[in-house]
Design a protein around this ligand. Structure first.
Ligand SMILES: Cc1cc2nc3c(=O)[nH]c(=O)nc-3n(C[C@H](O)[C@H](O)[C@H](O)COP(=O)(O)O)c2cc1C
Length: 249
């Protein structure tokens, strides 16, 4: 793979050094609670909303077998996934698992409980669902239908033409709402955004393994091609990571 010279600048090294916390030199800023960004992205003008089934957990799954066997799969059969499998994946990757009076916590940890990640499932092959681009409404464990159509090629192209995003039954596109974390962590927020996404990615792998599905995460993306597809600006919200899944071949 060829990288042009402007990709060889050391902005990554600079970021790592500049975003370090140093004793007695912590960035001083007062949290502006009046300007705290909203925790949930709300789509009010969707084609339709679809309620996901309550997740049904199979109690016979052995936790340590799941850990032991987790791996990336890149070969999928053309069999569809079920609506329940989609529901379990979404719940386990970002669902609300406990509510204290003012605050809804989730199945994944997040720095400061700020939850900057949004999930956009691209449905290629799920029984009972049209192919298309969806958004996960976390609060209501529902799907917002954003665009109907076959987007397998579009997403695979955005993943540096990786065919696994074409043959998969579902592609989860994870974006970061930068301001949600930056409100508190300023420039250091990027560290936490990526760490948060890693937690989601690991739950994704483990749930897929528990369900007997194949899964692979993808970090190699043409960011702005996918941002355009999602109709997001790539600055306040930007794609950061992708998970593809399907029945294992
Ligand atoms: C941050 C991250 C980015 C990745 N990006 C890709 C990718 O673009 N394409 C791909 O085929 N696999 C990708 N992978 C999967 C890794 O190649 C895989 O996890 C690694 O080879 C170890 O194999 P295992 O997951 O089967 O244990 C990625 C994994 C991570 C954690």
């Amino acid at each position: 793979m060829l990288f042009m010279a402007d990709n060889l600048e050391n902005y990554g090294d600079n970021f790592q050094q500049k975003s370090k916390y140093v004793r007695d030199k912590l960035p001083r800023h007062i949290l502006n609670w009046a300007k705290k960004p909203k925790t949930y992205k709300v789509y009010s003008d969707t084609i339709k909303k679809i309620k996901l089934p309550e997740p049904k957990f199979n109690p016979s799954i052995e936790f340590w077998n799941v850990i032991k066997n987790r791996h990336s799969s890149r070969k999928f059969t053309p069999e569809p996934l079920s609506f329940m499998e989609l529901s379990l994946l979404l719940y386990g990757m970002s669902g609300i698992n406990r509510i204290f009076p003012q605050f809804a916590f989730r199945t994944v940890p997040s720095a400061g409980g700020l939850y900057p990640t949004e999930t956009y499932p691209v449905i290629n092959n799920v029984t009972g669902l049209e192919k298309g681009l969806y958004h996960y409404d976390i609060q209501n464990h529902s799907l917002n239908v954003l665009k109907e159509g076959d987007f397998r090629r579009k997403v695979a192209e955005g993943c540096l033409d990786q065919n696994i995003a074409f043959t998969s039954a579902i592609n989860f596109l994870w974006t970061a709402m930068i301001g949600r974390s930056q409100w508190k962590y300023l420039q250091r927020c990027y560290r936490y955004i990526y760490l948060d996404a890693g937690h989601i990615g690991q739950n994704f792998y483990l749930i897929a393994e528990a369900l007997g599905l194949g899964a692979c995460t993808i970090g190699a993306i043409y960011d702005d091609e996918l941002n355009q597809f999602l109709e997001i600006d790539g600055k306040t919200e930007t794609v950061i990571y992708i998970g593809v899944t399907g029945k294992k071949k």
